[in-house]
Design a protein around this ligand. Structure first.
Ligand SMILES: NC(=O)c1ccc[n+]([C@@H]2O[C@H](COP(=O)([O-])OP(=O)(O)OC[C@H]3O[C@@H](n4cnc5c(N)ncnc54)[C@H](OP(=O)(O)O)[C@@H]3O)[C@@H](O)[C@H]2O)c1
Length: 260
């Protein structure tokens, strides 16, 4: 399957690296406004350098990875090439562009909308996916398989996608704040900053992996750590006093309300 990316910046570059690892990808084509960036990635991945129209002409699956505000002009420039083709599956990651808007912009081609998050770059991301009715199960499965090396890929309806993106897309910022705050606490107790951040980050990654592997409820894991009369429950008490859970819930809800 021929896969092309238009835009090889942070997100396009990360997902192109993931797609290159997928057995489904038999040829990878990369295009970017400043070609030097795409050329470097081509050298790294053994991909072929092309331009936007070349990508649109050849790809079976065409990933659009430019900033949302640049999407319309970029698509208008390749529309003639796409219109001349029988079928091409287009995958957009442009924040804020709905499936219906994308389908209209692309003249009725099958469209898959994805919302990846920053950890896709290390193979530990979450990519949310929804598709137009025109995209077949086989086409959606192909996109899932291409993105599998970047982490978890989950298909949702578009409304659920907006709800989930407060956790998956914005969550890395909240998690980073939590790690920083944990480290601050340890620094206040005398640990050097570098170790404090490394320990906090690994603790969070390890706790997350434990929950994912076991399927255990987070509350049950918390209860396992809180020995009766121990120190952890005292920390839990302080978090409850600071309305930690309410603050986190409100943060996710605020991101959702911002969407609409
Ligand atoms: N970053 C995230 O966490 C994240 C999360 C979810 C979704 N997204 C989505 O991913 C998309 C890309 O975001 P990003 O963070 O990767 O941005 P980025 O790093 O700025 O990358 C955008 C790339 O697109 C290229 N480009 C711009 N206009 C172009 C055109 N007309 N033709 C070809 N290439 C063009 C830019 O080239 P130059 O080198 O010339 O600037 C740049 O390399 C956005 O739609 C964003 O909403 C990002």
């Amino acid at each position: 399957m021929k896969i092309a990316f238009i835009g090889t910046g942070n997100m396009g570059g990360a997902l192109a690296r993931a797609a290159a690892k997928s057995p489904l990808c038999t040829k990878l084509l990369l295009a970017n406004r400043s070609p030097e960036k795409a050329r470097k990635l081509c050298e790294e991945l053994g991909a072929e350098l092309t331009d936007n129209r070349g990508a649109a002409a050849e790809a079976d699956v065409l990933f659009l990875a430019v900033k949302p505000q640049g999407l319309k002009a970029m698509v208008e420039d390749i529309r003639g090439v796409l219109d001349a083709r029988g079928r091409c599956l287009v995958v957009s990651m442009a924040a804020g562009w709905t499936v219906a808007e994308l389908e209209k912009l692309l003249g009725g081609l099958p469209v898959v909308r994805i919302l990846p998050n920053i950890p896709v770059a290390v193979g530990e991301g979450v990519t949310l996916l929804c598709a137009s009715d025109k995209a077949t199960e086989a086409e959606k499965n192909a996109v899932k398989a291409l993105l599998a090396p970047s982490g978890m890929v989950a298909e949702l309806n578009e409304e659920q996608m907006e709800a989930a993106s407060g956790v998956t897309g914005c969550g890395p910022a909240f998690a980073a704040m939590f790690i920083d705050a944990l480290a601050d606490g340890a620094v206040a107790c005398g640990l050097p900053r570098h170790e404090a951040i490394a320990f906090a980050a690994q603790m969070l990654a390890g706790t997350a992996r434990t929950l994912l592997q076991s399927g255990e409820h987070p509350d049950a894991l918390k209860d396992r750590v809180c020995s009766p009369g121990g120190s952890t429950i005292q920390g839990v008490r302080r978090l409850e006093e600071g309305a930690f859970r309410a603050a986190v819930m409100n943060a996710v809800i605020a991101t959702y309300e911002k969407e609409f």
